[in-house]
Design a protein around this ligand. Structure first.
Ligand code: G6P
Length: 614
């Protein structure tokens, strides 16, 4: 949801910023822009509608000199995606340029008062208000850039990660954060900053994560200074980055999404590493053990999440209720936060988020914390806001996920939830050692089984050709497979723009069955489960109305294969691990259909990977 990047040092800033924008493009890609303090002291601003490559074209032949600059890639909230609304925004005086990720909620009031003072606005954005306000405070009160930013932020309600550059202070960039991420990279006589570490990693592995309400003054001639909004100086913690450039590159894959689908056997093995013992007799999720009493005494567990992470939460609900006999509720964070939910101090709230920055999930955490609940975060991005706002938690350790549609993060989340349920079941005594060992040993086979499914990518690609022009899809599943159906449908609609809905298979007859005709493909997850026979009845209902069945079946299945028009076999496993395997053919089907349709698979229209606005 908007990416920001900046540089101040001895190098030419433009190439650093441009590469950084490409790395951050997953956060938003409807327009982008760059501001550079040129060698001759000019403030040059270039902005373009569309992707970063269009900005690159625009800057060809222009003055892109300068060793200090800021850049932004946008996901529109206020104002349509056009050049005027693209960042950086600049002040009427022409000396300040600002980039922003977040929302200034009280922008209308501030804008009205600035207009009264004679300020003229050239965009429809909330952000432009901030740069004019800083300009007004700076010029009317004769303040330094740092003071003006500090005073302006004191008047702002909302969320922001900002960077301000000033033609009058060419050796400085002032940055600040509240609720939107900002990380500073420290090099040799140079500084980088960005919404995440991906634009920084190839220059330095020393980083500082700015906290909420902190302002940093990055200065060519002075030590980095970080204060809060009240001018109290902070001692930053310098952290060593654990990230490699190869994780950020596509390699030989045509899309990041395909790379990330194929990484899953490895990422799941990495996620299990150090948590599942090699003998297959024990699983230890340290965050659960360290907070054993909180979990064992939990009145209930509430899972809050959005999007794909919410789907993994639904699988978590089945796992925890089945294996640990603890009541679980799964909530959309966006609904939970606004409906005055009943939260008890002995509730455990599990917040699931790949990015660790989703605004609604963060707000749900804050609300739960206020009511005294214990917060357990399941995140991918180390040091992210949700990880830091939680009392404890587990990382999924699947490496950076760059394709906007989540794949390996989903299976990583389900893997952590499985380990959480197994750890808790052991501690609670709801699983005896013999059963636990059997389960763990089956669980350990998942990465190898995933490899076998991935070998069918070619077959799925062929099958995808048949359905490329379908206008609608229905996905059906029951029990553990119902969230898989939801996730399969979400993947397809996100990247192919085909309308797709997931349903619990038995619910179909209460409405969606009206949609079934010869043109309706119905994907059914019909693996070996205790309600296999019931799923077969649901398939019959579709067949009777001439719907086309694409079935995901267990190896060795005979019955469903006979009924289905098309089928994909996946290895047998325990019912509770089924979603980890079913995810792969569903991801591949969506991927190949989207590629056939010529869609922008990694950056589908209107979406952003990290949704830092509500
Ligand atoms: C966006 C992404 C989804 C993701 C959701 C929640 O909508 O496009 O892929 O599932 O946000 O994100 P989170 O980072 O909290 O898991």
């Amino acid at each position: 949801m908007c990416g920001i990047v900046g540089y101040l040092g001895n190098k030419e800033a433009y190439p650093v910023l441009l590469k950084g924008l490409h790395r951050l493009e997953y956060r938003g890609y409807d327009s982008s822009g760059i501001a550079l303090l040129s060698d001759s002291g000019e403030l040059n601003i270039y902005k373009s509608k569309g992707k970063v490559s269009q900005l690159e074209e625009l800057t060809t032949g222009k003055d892109i000199s300068g060793t200090a600059g800021i850049a932004h890639t946008r996901w529109a909230t206020h104002g349509e995606p056009n050049t005027e609304n693209a960042h950086p925004h600049y002040s009427n005086s022409g000396s300040l340029a600002l980039i922003h990720n977040g929302i200034i909620e009280n922008y209308a009031v501030l804008k009205a008062s600035l207009i009264e003072k004679g300020y003229v606005f050239s965009s429809d954005t909330d952000t432009e208000v901030l740069v004019q306000l800083i300009d007004y405070i700076k010029t009317s009160g004769n303040h330094s850039l740092y003071e003006a930013v500090q005073l302006a932020l004191g008047r702002v309600i909302g969320a922001y990660a900002i960077a301000v550059i000033d033609q009058d202070s060419p050796d400085q960039i002032v940055i600040a954060r509240k609720s939107s991420p900002l990380v500073i990279g420290i090099g040799e006589n140079e500084y980088f900053f960005a919404s995440d570490a991906s634009p920084i990693v190839e220059y330095t592995n020393q980083v500082i994560y700015l906290n909420d309400d902190e302002i940093a003054v990055i200065d060519r001639n002075e030590k980095l200074k970080i204060t809060d909004l009240k001018n109290v100086e902070k001692t930053p913690e310098v952290i060593k980055l654990e990230l490699s450039i190869s994780q950020l590159e596509r390699g030989n894959y045509p899309h990041f999404m395909l790379k990330e689908i194929f990484e899953q056997p490895q990422t799941i093995a990495d996620c299990m590493k150090g948590r599942v013992n090699l003998e297959g007799t024990n699983v230890v999720l340290s965050g659960v053990i360290d907070n054993r009493e909180r979990f064992l005494n939990a009145r209930r567990i509430i899972i809050v999440a959005c999007g794909t992470s919410w789907h993994s939460g639904l699988i978590g609900e089945h796992l925890i209720e089945n294996l640990c006999s603890i009541p679980v509720e799964v909530e959309y964070a966006s609904e939970f936060r606004y409906r005055n939910p009943v939260i008890y101090p002995d509730d455990v709230v599990i917040a699931i988020s790949q990015s660790g920055e989703t605004a609604d999930t963060l707000a749900a955490i804050e609300l739960s914390r206020e009511k005294g609940a214990f917060i357990y975060g399941i995140c991918n991005v180390v040091g992210s806001s949700i990880a830091r706002a939680s009392h404890s938690g587990s990382y999924i350790h699947v490496g950076p996920e760059i394709g906007v549609a989540s794949t390996k993060a989903f299976t990583g989340q389900v893997t952590v939830l499985t380990m959480l349920a197994l750890t808790l079941a052991k501690e609670k005594g709801t699983l005896v050692q013999e059963d636990l060992t059997k389960m763990i040993r089956t669980f350990q086979k998942i990465p190898q089984q995933m490899i076998r499914i991935l070998q069918k990518s070619g077959d799925i690609q062929e099958m995808a050709k048949i359905f490329t022009y379908a206008r609608n899809f229905i996905y059906l599943g029951r029990g553990y497979s119902y969230p898989s159906a939801l996730e399969g449908a979400l993947k397809l609609k996100e990247i192919s723009y085909i309308h797709a809905e997931g349903y619990p298979a038995a619910e179909m007859k209460h409405g969606p069955i009206a949609l079934i005709d010869i043109e309706m493909p119905v994907v059914v997850i019909a693996t070996n489960t205790k309600i296999y026979d019931k799923v077969i009845s649901n398939i019959q209902e579709v067949k009777a109305r001439c719907g086309k069945i694409i079935a995901i079946v267990s190896e060795g299945d005979e019955e469903v294969k006979k009924l289905a028009d098309y089928y994909i076999e996946i290895p047998k496993t325990l019912e509770c691990f089924g979603p980890l395997l079913a995810a792969i053919p569903l991801q591949l089907l969506a991927y190949h259909i989207a590629v056939n349709k010529g869609r922008d698979v990694d950056q589908p229209r209107n979406l952003a990977k990290s949704v830092t606005v509500e």
